[in-house]
Design a protein around this ligand. Sequence first.
Ligand code: GDP
Ligand code: MG
Length: 829
Amino acid sequence: MEEKKISKRFLSELKEGETAVITRVKGYGAFRKRIGEMGFVFGTTVKVIKKAPLLDPVEYELMNYRVSLRKSEADLIEVLSEQEAASLEMKDFEGTISSQSTRKTLHGKRKSINVALVGNPNCGKTTLFNLATGRHEKVGNYSGVTVDIKTARLTRKGYEINLTDLPGTYSISEYSPEELFVRKHITNDLPDVVVNVIDASNLERNLFLTTQLIDMNIKVVIVLNMFDELEKSGAKFNHRALAEMIGIPIIPTIASKGIGLEELLDEIIAIDEENEPVYRHIHISYGSHINKAIELISLEIKKNKTLTDKYHTHYTAIKLLENDSVFTAEIEAMPGTEEIINCAKREISKLEKEFKEKSSSQIADAKYAFIRGALKETLKRKKDQTVEKSHRPDKFLTHKWLGFPIFLFFMWAMFQSTFSLGSYPADWIDAGVSWLSNFIGSNMGEGPLHALIVDGVIGGVGGVIVFLPNILILFFCISLMEDTGYMARAAFIMDRLMHKIGLHGKSFIPLLMGFGCNVPAIMATRTLESKKDRLLTMLIIPFMSCSARLPVYVLLISAFFAKNQGLVLLSIYTIGVLVAIIMSLIFNKIFFSKKEAPFVMELPPYRRPTLRNTLIHMWDKSVQYLSKMGTVILGASIIIWALGYFPRDKEESPIRPETIQVAENNLTNQSVDSNVETVDFEIAKESEHMENSYIGKIGHFIEPVIRPLGFDWKIGVSIVTGLAAKEIVVGSMGVLYHSDLAADETSVNLQTKLQQQTYTRGPKVGQKVFSPLVAYTFMIFVLLYFPCIAVIAAIRREAGTKWAVFTMVYTTAVAWLVAFGIYQIGNLF
Ligand code: GDP
Ligand code: MG
């Protein structure tokens, strides 16, 4: 190909009235994005309209509108003068270049691609450099051979590639002059492509530098050098999978034998032309605490345009958090950065106080966790290779066969302790709540206010607060698993299974938590990096049967299923899981059809947890739950109460607190003694009142909709009250079905009442309301419909109003359809 010498020119060098075509935009991050949005992209024609008296800023015209740029910005835009562009014989040139062949020519006409070689000492950079350039720089099998940089030029496919061999470093921090030198070269000389040479026989160590390049958000190609050594060791490395995960193309080479050079050069051109499908910018996850700190610092950084133009925001935040003194000093010297620095200092001391370790080592640990996770999935070493000491447990915990049963055992232990240990304090709280409502009940005059406090506030919030111990224990176990590093392994084990339903391994934990309570489960989706995973997980969590639904099952199963009670219960939970899987598959099809690139699951080192930290983390999670209870559940309880209380005749007495309380307490009481027949007059009156109250009217109103499911209006009322919290369902049933709840054998009594319940009007008058089929259908409906107000509020906070409303509607629709199917098919037999 004929080469024409073209001098390097930047937009800032053009004179007034001159026109040129953009061939390259340098610089990073926000600057690149902003400038691109303005239209300063490859192939666009720009005309200089006016230079300000001090030559700054300059007004340009492009695509028929005018913008002004500072000189510092125009310095980063490379151009080709109009004459040169004309020499490309672009006959149909109309401001932008669209035809693929012209683009190619223009790319080819571009002066050069500047490429920097970075990598650990002794990974073969110089060998590669010599091979590519035909030069004979000294290579040696010891570090520090390359003391100063060498640059050489070669041409390929019409490109002039300027290759720079940089000193070998293990990192690009500030520990040695070499490191600083490499960093300066990348951030100041802005090479177009960085070639990261790594020694394939020592991937962990070499990939560390790669993680730093990932943070910088620059164009990187990885050279997997010494590929012969890797193969000799008998290891199997799926480098394509790794490339997909980290968004960087990987080219295997054997520099000493000249293998792979051609591919590398082509790859450099492809990535420079932005013609490389694998290439994408990823964010390494540093774990929730560091991620949060990065987020906070980034918010401050984003306010400073000069800074975001110079460095990628994420990178700046990480560097500041690492307390890199050279970098920090540089930022400090820039105007208007005090707040950023202060924020970084605050976050550093927070992290160091909590983990008793330098923030920089915490970040390095997280980087190694990332590397380990990436290699766990892609690199199969030969058996006898040694495992790091701190990772020895991985031999078992993520073992192909053993990992799964061990995991199940831990899960079982967690739930077992959640429920068995939790039941003692739960009983105490329960007793406390009853005492409180009795105390207030007997020390306060009857009336609406009394009813509001006792039934609305204490009844509603009290019913939920009894779950607090269980939730604290659950959170304690989860924090413990997180702090030891086991959680990452659990996600790892579940990953393959979860992928089958379009989810990520990490989604498993929130889903599992959903069996305890959906609210913290929704909050736990925050640990998922991808927005799609977060949303999808949130949408199916409501089908994980939370513990608040259990009382309903216990009541109905003991009333209508004499045999196989455990199996019936299990079937309900299983249906929930099946519906979740089906919905996940469906949502994947409709909303998230775009295939997501795979990503790395970090494997942090195992750590000995400290009780203090675990308690702190537990408390952090619990506070969110408590605040929900104080607001949403309180509000909803009061509304439900009011709907059941009004309208009201003067003589009527309010619902007694014991009514709802006792109904819940005694469900587990299974003594079969059905001779209690007395129907308390009070209760009968209450029931009648409830029918005439607003909520009773709502129940009647929705009856036509639920009749195809075999439900009567009383079930309808219970369903409506369950919107606030599903624990309330049983309480409502107690009132509606005339159960003498003041008696001791209440649970049995309510069961008998349900068994005897008949229709008093309508076409089915005289028939039994409940059959095992209706009971089962009702349980499935309770399982699937509208989770509860608190869950919807949590979804709204995490994903926005739109998704909260969507969840409300779709879960109820699914519940209706499934219940309808079960009832109608069941009726055939
Ligand atoms: P640098 O420090 O990164 O510049 O590394 P050098 O280019 O000086 O190479 C260090 C040593 O590795 C030299 O002895 C090279 O011959 C050897 N080497 C380079 N590439 C390969 C390769 O692909 N396979 C093998 N087996 N040895 C290589
Ligand atoms: Mg060298």
